[in-house]
Ligand binder design. Structure first.
Ligand code: NIG
Ligand code: FE
Length: 437
């Protein structure tokens, strides 16, 4: 990093003048009161705030959507004399753009009635019997046109983007037939072209067994494998496959063969598991899923299993808040040495909040997560849950995805529990930057 290079060169002062200035195009953004790079943090285990790399009076040189260098603003100015300067005249803290690795933002309708019934003490079964639950959203989503779904998805992606989320995973799963799942994935693809955020699609055709399917879970999953996944592959509509493993959804044994088959076809596999009952973790470990998401019901044995393996635990505090259920054991997970990623799970049923930073801040307070543990779960560690090693850290070569908050101390952000919003968001993409000719 520049800071270190320059300090070294100060000792050998004759070398300072010798370094040729960089003549290429680029934009230097800064100064930031604090630049949190999120670099050099271990990807697993507990973290303390002292481990954060904080560059005071920092700057970022970016070009063609990538970071060229991060360091001290004044020194970068000297080294990049041809760079255009985007000067910030107030106090700002800069962080990597956040990564939301688990959302269901492609849906139609609203489930406020479910929410009211839950608050009135009604059970899951009573809500389903009154026409609520996932099936209600499936019905409304099937009725929506492709364009309507695109518009709704873009609106929600833009809402997340304004909160500083530059990468958003989006699941299908409210179509639940070959044709309707393709419509959802097509809507996500089109929405990606109309929002500044980057959308990463996941096929969740195995969300629940559709009520109108004549057959059992095995037959339904077989249909998905034979008739849906090949088209998704051929049209490159997604490279991730998810399944909801739960009593009200799919069994461990049906999920096992489904996931193994999906992996054989070249998909990354992830699991919605341990939301209400255990069993998901063992399966995730066995099939080497990339992540297991939810974990509210995970017990100590399962937590120990996660510590031994490579499956990434993704926790979804907004789903606990939406359902009035306990949080996933985030503190215990970190203390036994697993990774920890926090996502919004934004969906019309269990997690209607749609505010990743607020829900992560609340989880941090409830579970006693250090500030760096929360930020790592939203940036560098989140990137690994999408298998994206080009983002989540601010250093040379990474995507120029970064956000600024108007404060001079990063601790102010989580302290404000989501109410301090980013002032500006940079999403590195080549077309947004001047090309060299
Ligand atoms: O992640 N758990 C399963 N699926 C979603 C809920 C979807 C819905 O209720 O519409 C979740 O919480
Ligand atoms: Fe979910």
């Amino acid at each position: 990093m520049l800071i270190k290079k320059i300090l070294l060169k100060k000792e050998k002062s004759s070398l300072v003048e010798e370094k040729p200035p960089f003549r290429g195009l680029g934009v230097l953004v800064g100064p930031f009161s604090q630049l949190l790079t999120m670099d050099k943090l271990p990807l697993r285990g507990a973290l303390s705030d002292e481990q954060l790399e904080i560059i005071p009076n920092g700057g970022i040189v970016q070009h063609n959507g990538k970071i060229v260098e991060v360091g001290n603003f004044e020194l970068l100015k000297q080294h990049y004399p041809s760079a255009e300067i985007e000067f910030l005249s107030d106090h700002y803290v800069c962080l990597p753009g956040m990564i939301d690795v688990h959302t269901h933002i492609c849906w139609a309708g609203s489930r406020f009635k479910d929410y009211a019934m839950r608050l009135a003490g009604k059970s899951y079964l009573e809500i389903a019997a009154a026409g609520g639950g996932i099936w209600d959203t499936v019905t409304k989503t099937r009725e929506a046109t492709l364009n309507e779904l695109v518009t709704l998805t873009v609106e929600r992606a833009n809402t997340l983007f304004k909160q500083g989320i530059t990468t958003i995973e989006v699941k299908s799963g409210y179509g639940l037939s070959v044709e309707q799942e393709l419509k959802m994935l097509e809507a996500i693809r089109l929405a990606n072209e109309q929002t500044k955020a980057e959308l990463i699609p996941t096929c969740l055709a195995a969300h629940i067994l559709p009520k109108d399917f004549e057959g059992g879970e095995k037959e339904y999953l077989q249909l998905i494998i034979e008739e849906l996944l090949p088209i998704i592959k051929e049209k490159s509509l997604a490279n991730r496959v998810d399944i909801f493993v739960e009593k009200s959804a799919f069994s461990v044994s049906a999920a096992r063969s489904y996931l193994l088959k999906a992996r054989e076809m070249g998909f990354e596999i992830v699991i919605h598991g341990d939301q209400f009952s255990t069993g998901g973790v063992t399966l995730a470990n066995e099939v080497q899923a990339l992540s297991i998401d939810h974990l509210e019901a995970a017990n100590d044995e399962e937590i120990a299993l996660l510590a031994k393996g490579n499956v990434i635990p993704v926790v979804l505090p907004a789903a606990s808040l939406g359902l009035g259920e306990p949080f996933a054991p985030a503190r215990k997970l970190l203390d036994v040495g697993t990774s920890l990623v926090i996502a919004s799970d934004w969906n019309p049923g269990s997690a209607p909040m749609g505010d990743l930073l607020a829900s992560a801040a609340i989880l941090g307070a409830a579970e006693k997560l250090s500030m760096v543990e929360v930020w790592a779960a939203l940036t560098c560690r989140a990137a690994t849950a999408l298998n994206k090693n080009d983002r989540g850290i601010l250093k040379a070569g990474m995507k120029a995805d970064f956000i600024i908050f108007k404060t001079n101390d990063y601790r102010e952000i989580l302290y404000r529990q989501g109410q301090l919003k980013p002032e500006k968001i940079w999403k590195g993409s080549p077309q947004n930057f001047p090309q060299e000719n």
